[in-house]
Design a protein around this ligand. Structure first.
Ligand code: FAD
Length: 379
C-alpha cells in the first residue's frame, strides 16, 4: 500500500527488510517475549543490514534515508516482534533524532557515528512524579565549572539495560518552570549513573524498561543538547516525531494479528463451514481492514510531512492516537476470532494484544494526544 513517498532505492531496501523481519525476527518473537530480552546477535544483525544507519545523515556514517522509510521499517519489524522494533525506535527517534536536530557538530560526530554502527541509545524524561506533566520534573543539573552535575531519578526508561547513552532532561533554572529545563547527552558509563531496577511489564517484554538513578553525574557542558533552558522544546519536538514511530509500531502489531487471524478463520470450521463464511465474522474483518488502512494513511502522511519539513504536530498525534486505539481494538477482536485458543499462550494473539496496549500509553498517553490535537485544531 502507498509506497509513493519512498524512492526506488528505499523501496528496494524495504523488500529485504520485510524478508529479514519475517525470516529472522519473527521466529524469535515468542522466545524474546518469554526470555524478556532481544538477543544482542539480532541487534548486531540489524546494524549489519544498515537499519541503525538508515536515517542518519551520510556525513555521520549513515545512509541518509527518509523518515518515511524508517516508519515502514518500524511497521515491518513490529509485524515480526514489537520489542525488537522498539530497540531500533529508541535508538533512532528517541536518541539519534534529537542529537541530529539539536546537537553541536562535535556531539553529532561523537554519537551519531556510533548509533550508525548499532550502538543503542535512549531517552530519559519520565520521573516517578512527572509523567504526562513532563514540565514537573525534579531531576536537577547544577553548573560547576565546565560540567553540569545531574541528580535525580527517571522511571520507565526503554532500552535501559542495552543503551550506551541517553538524552536526559533536568531542571537548570527551577524558577522558570518549563523554560528552565535543559537536555543533555549522558553516557551510561559515567560515574554516579546507575540502574536501580528492572521493571516487569504486561507486554513488549523483550524491551528492557528500567528505573535510572543519577547521583552527582558530571556531564561536560559540551554535552548540552540545544541551549541551556531550552530543553523542554527539544523534548516536545523529539516526541512529535517519535509518535509517528509508535503509530507505525501499532500498525505492525495489528497487521500481524490480523494476518494470523485471517489464516485461522479460513480453515477453522464450526456449524459445518469455515467460520470466515459467517457474516458476523466478515463484518469484523471489514472493520479491522478499514481501520488498519486508515491508520496507514494517517501515519505515512505524517512521516511524509515531517520529511518535507512541514508542521506535523497535529497529524503525528492523530496518527499515534488513531493507530494505537486501532491496534488495541484489532488485536482484541483477532484474539476473539481464535476463540479459546486465542486466550492461550500457544497462539501469538495474546502477545499481540499485550504488545498493542503500550502504544496507547507511551510517548504521551492518548488522553494527552487528544489535548494536543484539540489545542492545534483550535489555533
Ligand atoms: C513500557 C514503557 C516504556 C516507556 N518508555 C519510556 C522512555 O523510554 N522514556 C521515557 O522518558 N518515558 C518512557 N515511558 C513513560 C511513559 O511515557 C509514561 O508512562 C506516560 O507518558 C504516562 O505517564 P505516567 O505513567 O506518569 O501516567 P500519568 O501522567 O500519571 O497519567 C495517569 C493517567 O491520567 C491521565 N492523565 C494525565 N493527565 C491528564 C490530563 N491533563 N487530562 C486527561 N487525562 C490525563 C493519563 O492519560 C493516564 O491515563 C515508558 C512507559 C512504559 C510503560
Amino acid at each position: 500500500m502507498i509506497e509513493a513517498s519512498l524512492t526506488d532505492d528505499e523501496r528496494a531496501v524495504l523488500e529485504y527488510v520485510k524478508e529479514f523481519a519475517q525470516k529472522e525476527v519473527k521466529p524469535l518473537a515468542r522466545d524474546i517475549d518469554r526470555k524478556k530480552e532481544v538477543p544482542r546477535k539480532l541487534i548486531d544483525r540489524m546494524a549489519e543490514l544498515g537499519l541503525f544507519s538508515s536515517t542518519i545523515p551520510k556525513k555521520y556514517g549513515g545512509s541518509g534515508l527518509s523518515f518515511s522509510f524508517f516508519v515502514r521499517v518500524m511497521e515491518e519489524l513490529s509485524k515480526a516482534c514489537a520489542s525488537t522494533a522498539l530497540v531500533l525506535d529508541g535508538a533512532i527517534t528517541l536518541f539519534a533524532d534529537p542529537v541530529n536536530r539539536f546537537g553541536s557538530e562535535s556531539l553529532k560526530q561523537r554519537y551519531l557515528t556510533r548509533v550508525a554502527k548499532g550502538e543503542v541509545g535512549g531517552l530519559a524524561i519520565t520521573e516517578p512524579g512527572a509523567g504526562s506533566d513532563a514540565a514537573s520534573i525534579r531531576t536537577t543539573a547544577r553548573k560547576e565549572g565546565d560540567n553540569y552535575i545531574i541528580n535525580g531519578d527517571k522511571i520507565f526508561i526503554s532500552n535501559g539495560r542495552i543503551a550506551r547513552f541517553f538524552v536526559v532532561d533536568a531542571v537548570t533554572a527551577p524558577e522558570k518552570k518549563h523554560r528552565g529545563i535543559s537536555t543533555f547527552v549522558v553516557d551510561a558509563d559515567t560515574p554516579g549513573f546507575s540502574i536501580s531496577r528492572d521493571i516487569e511489564k504486561l507486554g513488549i517484554r523483550g524491551s528492557s524498561t528500567v528505573e535510572l538513578e543519577f547521583h552527582d553525574v558530571a556531564v561536560p557542558e559540551t554535552n548540552l543538547l540545544g541551549k541551556e533552558n531550552e530543553g523542554f522544546h527539544v523534548i516536545m519536538e523529539t516526541l512529535d516525531t517519535g509518535r509517528i514511530g509508535i503509530a507505525a509500531q501499532a500498525i505492525g502489531i495489528a497487521e500481524a494479528a490480523f494476518s494470523e487471524a485471517m489464516d485461522y478463520i479460513k480453515q477453522r470450521k464450526q456449524f459445518g463451514t469455515e467460520i470466515s463464511n459467517f457474516e458476523g465474522v466478515q463484518f469484523m474483518i471489514a472493520d479491522m481492514a478499514t481501520r488498519i488502512d486508515a491508520s496507514k494513511l494517517l501515519t505515512y502522511k505524517a512521516a511524509e510531512m515531517f520529511d518535507l519539513g512541514e508542521n506535523a504536530v497535529k497529524i503525528s498525534s492523530e496518527a499515534k492516537l488513531y493507530a494505537s486505539d486501532m491496534a488495541m481494538k484489532v488485536t482484541t477482536d483477532c484474539l476473539q476470532l481464535f476463540g479459546g485458543y486465542g486466550y492461550t499462550t500457544d497462539m501469538d494473539a495474546e502477545r499481540h494484544m499485550r504488545d498493542a496496549k503500550i502504544t496507547q500509553i507511551y510517548e504521551g498517553t492518548n488522553q494527552i494526544q487528544r489535548i494536543i490535537i484539540a489545542r492545534e485544531a483550535l489555533k
